[in-house]
Each structure stands twice: as C-alpha cells, then as structure tokens.
Design a protein around this ligand. Sequence first.
Ligand SMILES: [Zn+2]
Length: 152
Amino acid sequence: MVVVAVRLWWLFMLLALFEFCKAKTQVDGLKNAFGKKLPSHRIFRDLFAREQRDEEPTDVFVSTARTLLAQLPDIPVLDKTHKLNMVNGLLSSRICNSIPRDQVTDFTKLIEKAYAVKVNFAEDQESKRKPKPERPKCHYCHNFGHVQSECP
Ligand SMILES: [Zn+2]
C-alpha cells in the first residue's frame, strides 16, 4: 500500500513538473513573440528618452515605464526604490512637484496620488473658468454686500 502511494506521489510530481515546464515554455515563447529582450542600456535609454507629457495619463505612463523596467535582467537586482525614483523623476513637473516623494511608497500609491493631483488641477481650472459671482455694491454707502434699496 505504501509503495503504491509513493509511486502515485512520484507520478503526480512528474505531472506537476511537466505542467510547469510546459507553462514556462509558453511564457518564454510569449516573451519572444513580443520581441527580443532589450539589452539593459537600451532599456534605460528608452526609459529616459522622454518625460510624461502634461495630458498623458499617469497610469499609462507609469505602466509603460514599468514594462520597460521589467525587461531588465534579474541580476544585478535594481532596487524598487530606485525604480520608483526613476519613474517619479520622469513625471510631468506639475504632478512631480505636487507629490511629496516620501508619500510614494510604491507604484500603486504613485498612480493614486497622481490621479488626485490631476483631479485637483481640473477642479482648479474649472473654478478659474467660472466668473466669480459679483457681490452687490451699495451706491449709497459704497459698501459691498447689499444694494441701495436694502441699505440699513
Ligand atoms: Zn449701503
């Protein structure tokens, strides 16, 4: 009985290994399908080639940058903080200057904060566009806040 169990266990292990290898081959195949891996210096060249444009959504910009960074070799390890610093530094100056760097702990936070900046900026623009409601001015006492007919 024990022998059968051990044999079965081995069989399952082999099957699992086979599935793993198949999956890995597929992933490697995908990598090749998306084009050859770029050498590291080309990755950095592409990454630093341009900054985020003002109208470019931050999540799109960040995920493009992360896709590039993901192509870097596993060794030597590029620290997460350095990656964040790089991408953070490439954000449009409006967004970059509005987000305190110490509040950005990961890419998700970065996108979140950038989104908030964008919303605030849009609201700001909106309120600038709207003409301020004019305060009534009294022609009698020359004070604001009421009209002559309501002058106390
Ligand atoms: Zn008055």
